[in-house]
Each structure stands twice: as C-alpha cells, then as structure tokens.
Design a protein around this ligand. Structure first.
Ligand code: NAP
Length: 258
C-alpha cells in the first residue's frame, strides 16, 4: 500500500496563489513536490525553501504548460531529481475578462492554451510512467465558472474551464483501467493575485463583500480551502474515487441556472 511519503507531486503554477497552497499542503503530508512556474522563479524558489525548512523535498522547474516539449523536459527533471511522479496537479491558469463586445481572440486562445491544453500536455507527459507503475492521481483545478456563475466578464474563461471539466471525466475513463484516477476541484472565488491583483482596494472590498453575501458560509475562499480538497483527491487511499468534480465554493447561491 502506497503512503504519502511515497508520493512525488508535480504542481503546475505552484509558486503562487492556489498552486502554492497545494504544493505546501502536499509537502506537509509527506510528498516530494516539483513546483512548476512560468514567470515567477523567485516565488517558486521561496516555496522550495519553505518545503525544505519543514523537512521535505522539493524542486522548482520552469515550463510553460502550453508548451508540450517543455513540459516533457520538466517531468523528466522531476523524475530524475525526486523520483517517479505519482501525483499531477494541473493548477496553472490565466484569466482575461471580456464580454461579447470586448472579445479578443488572441486572449481567448491564450486562455485555452494554458487552461485546457496545459492539462492535456501535462497529463500526456506523466501518463506513460503512471501506466507502467499502474498508479497515479491526477487532479485538475477547474472553476465554478465552468458550471455557469453570474460574475460578469467571465464567459470565455468559463468556456476554457468547461473544457477542463469534461477533460477530467474523459481522461478518467481513458486512464482508469491503468490504475490512474482523474478528478477535479472547482473552486469558487479565492483570495489570490488572480482575483485581487487587478482591483483597487475599494473594488476589492466591494467584491469580497458581494461574494461573501452570496456564499452559504459567508466568506470568500482562501487558497488553503482548495489545497485541502486537492489533497483528499490525491490521497493514496482515494483509489476508488474518479471522474468527479468537487465544488469548493462556500456554498455559492448565484449560478446562472441549474
Ligand atoms: P494566480 O494567483 O494568478 O496564479 C496563477 C498561477 O498559474 C501562477 O503560479 C502562474 O505561474 C501559473 N501559470 C500561469 N500561466 C502559466 C503557464 N503558461 N505555465 C505554467 N504556469 C502558469 O491564480 P490562482 O487564483 O492561484 O489560480 C490557480 C488556478 O485556480 C487557475 O487554474 C485558476 O483558473 C483557478 N481558479 C482560481 C479561482 C480564484 O478565485 N482565484 C477560482 C476558480 C479557479 P507564474 O507565477 O510563474 O506566472
């Protein structure tokens, strides 16, 4: 029986926000972690140091998830330095707000290449090893946007997250017979650079209050709220749990329709 200390996890976009919390949480449980980043190498190095300070094993690895050969190189590096990859968390994501009036095709393509193609690339890069060992846990970070939230300006981002949701279920079907589970977490509104970064303090206060009021639990989410759900799906004893998307949103009450 596998234990947490047998695990080697790759977390895409693991240097900041939700990915950082996931990497730290998996390391706390005993997994070695590869912190993937695209631009923020210093932040990734800090997470590595945090894991090491706690007695864990970690490396930082730069690769754009939209670039398949780069992702293959990163997985090979993780396997050489940490051991066979048993957990893949596809967390890297980007958002560009737009409406039908302000639609920008290049931005939409970039979101698709990171949020959807990134999942395909990283999954394809780890699957041979996982199949050979007949063991794997893949967790994708989708979004409640995929199911139709009412936040304005999110339609095209939501479409890329709907891709993430369906890829989760279909990849689970393809990889299950080889001992690999594929699940997703669909976060609600979480306090990270993605949500906070582009807003003024006043805008942030207003949106935090508005979202908190739409949540059964009365607050917005923190990265650690998502990390906990990811760890549950990635756990060695979650081997009969696959093709599921767990919504972690504090009980949001503002979906477009059910
Ligand atoms: P964030 O604070 O903006 O962080 C995004 C992370 O993704 C960064 O670590 C970034 O790495 C990485 N990344 C972006 N493009 C990449 C690429 N091409 N290759 C590799 N890494 C890349 O966002 P977050 O809020 O933590 O979001 C994490 C995930 O949760 C995303 O998939 C997002 O769509 C999803 N999500 C977020 C929320 C929310 O409310 N925050 C809600 C639902 C879903 P660098 O720092 O190196 O650029």
């Amino acid at each position: 029986m596998m234990t947490w200390s047998d695990q080697v996890a790759v977390v895409t976009g693991g240097a900041r926000g939700i990915g950082r919390a996931i990497a730290l949480h998996l390391a706390e449980r005993g997994a070695a972690v590869c912190i993937n980043y695209a631009a923020h190498g210093e932040a990734a190095e800090k997470v590595v140091q945090e894991v090491k300070a706690g007695g864990g094993r970690a490396i930082a690895a730069r690769a754009d998830v939209a670039d398949f050969p780069a992702i293959q190189v990163m997985i090979a590096q993780a396997e050489t330095q940490l051991g066979p990859v048993t957990i893949l968390v596809n967390n890297a994501g980007v958002v560009y707000q737009a409406t039908l009036d302000t639609f920008d095709h290049e931005q939409f393509e970039r979101m698709r290449r990171v949020n959807a193609d990134g999942i395909i690339h990283a999954t394809r890069a780890v699957m041979a090893g996982m199949r050979a060992r007949h063991y794997g846990r893949i967790v994708n970070v989708a979004s409640i946007a995929a199911f139709g939230t009412a936040l304005p300006g999110n339609a095209f981002y939501a479409a890329t997250k709907a891709e993430a949701a369906i890829l989760t279920k279909r990849f689970a079907m393809e990889l299950g017979p080889q001992g690999i589970t594929v699940n997703a977490v669909a976060p609600g509104f979480i306090r990270t650079d993605m949500t906070q970064g582009k807003r003024s303090a006043a805008e942030w206060e207003a949106i935090e209050k508005a979202i908190a009021e739409r949540s059964i639990m009365g607050r917005i989410g923190e990265p650690a709220d998502i990390a906990n759900a990811v760890a549950f799906l990635a756990a060695p004893d979650s081997g009969w749990l696959t093709a599921q998307i767990i919504t972690v949103d504090g009980g949001r009450m503002d979906y477009v329709g059910h």
